[in-house]
Design a protein around this ligand. Structure first.
Ligand SMILES: Nc1nc2c(ncn2[C@@H]2O[C@H](COP(=O)(O)OP(=O)(O)O)[C@@H](O)[C@H]2O)c(=O)[nH]1
Ligand SMILES: [Mg+2]
Length: 256
């Protein structure tokens, strides 16, 4: 009998939430119901609609697998993930996932992202909309074009060899997050997603893209804003210049 070491992998899905009352319960139940013993960490920014209260009430059903971090105000998606990454690294998780709470990422695809990295042939798997054509359902054409050309723009400026640069559906092996200086991650919106990929690539980790179909949220509202867009456009140029001036180095200070 062969021993399958992947059976022991601990997997944590991080979901930042702000006013996701209409989605949160279904999302928790869906992830808890997946095969593979995924754990879930919700980072809620004091949602006025009571998202965190729903999580707390569900925690009684999943005391060991459903986790919650509450922050005081809306501090942005990037800092929410950084908080979640640190939380995961302080514990013994092997694979750490990013996912939205709005079902635009199909939770079942968590399994496909994990499959792509579990043998360690890659360090980061990205759920990608743009591998073969454009796999986006129900987004207004303007948003599809903006997202698609954002990836073209990022590749043009930085050389990042990734088709979906702003994707927020990912699975990292913990070594990637240990290797990145998390306190130096600067951006909070789409630029955060680009910055994490760019840094992962510059540090020499192996990245793969897994084709997914992205469906616009049917419940709740998007937190995309003009400021987030501007941050991304200027942020990409900043990243490129920074990488020339001071090459990215692995975080050497500690290996948790
Ligand atoms: N904790 C936290 N979560 C946020 C914040 N902004 C957005 N989110 C969550 O991040 C995810 C992505 O945001 P979303 O509104 O879906 O953006 P879109 O996919 O670009 O339209 C969702 O789960 C949101 O609830 C924030 O400032 N703090
Ligand atoms: Mg979304």
């Amino acid at each position: 009998m062969t021993f399958d070491s992947t059976m022991n992998h601990r997997k944590l899905v991080i979901i930042p939430t702000f006013n996701e009352l209409e989605n949160i319960k279904e999302m928790v139940l869906t992830v808890m119901g997946l095969e593979g013993d995924f754990e879930l960490l919700i980072i809620d920014d004091g949602s006025p609609d009571g998202t965190a209260e729903v999580v707390k009430s569900l925690q009684t059903s999943y005391p060991d697998r459903l986790h919650l971090v509450e922050r005081q105000g809306k501090l942005g998606l990037g800092t929410a993930y950084i908080r979640g990454f640190k939380w995961a690294l302080e514990r013994s998780y092997d694979f750490i996932f990013e996912m939205d709470c709005d079902f635009s990422h199909d939770p079942k695809d968590l399994i496909r992202l994990y499959e792509a990295v579990k043998d360690r042939s890659h360090d980061l798997a990205i759920g990608s909309r743009y591998i073969t054509g454009v796999n986006v359902v129900n987004w207004p054409m303007g948003r599809v074009l903006m997202s698609y050309f954002a990836s073209v723009y990022v590749k043009f400026i930085t050389g990042l060899p990734i088709k979906d640069a702003t994707a927020g559906f990912k699975c990292y092996h913990r070594s990637v997050l240990e290797g990145i200086k998390l306190d130096e991650v600067r951006f909070i919106g789409y630029a955060f997603q680009i910055e994490m990929k760019f840094t992962t690539w510059k540090l020499g980790f192996k990245i793969t893209e897994v084709p997914i179909i992205f469906t616009d949220r049917t419940k709740g509202t998007s937190k995309m804003s003009r400021g987030i867009f501007k941050e991304a456009v200027l942020g990409v140029i900043w990243m490129k210049i920074k990488s020339i001036l001071s090459p990215y180095k692995l975080n050497q200070t500690e290996s948790i």
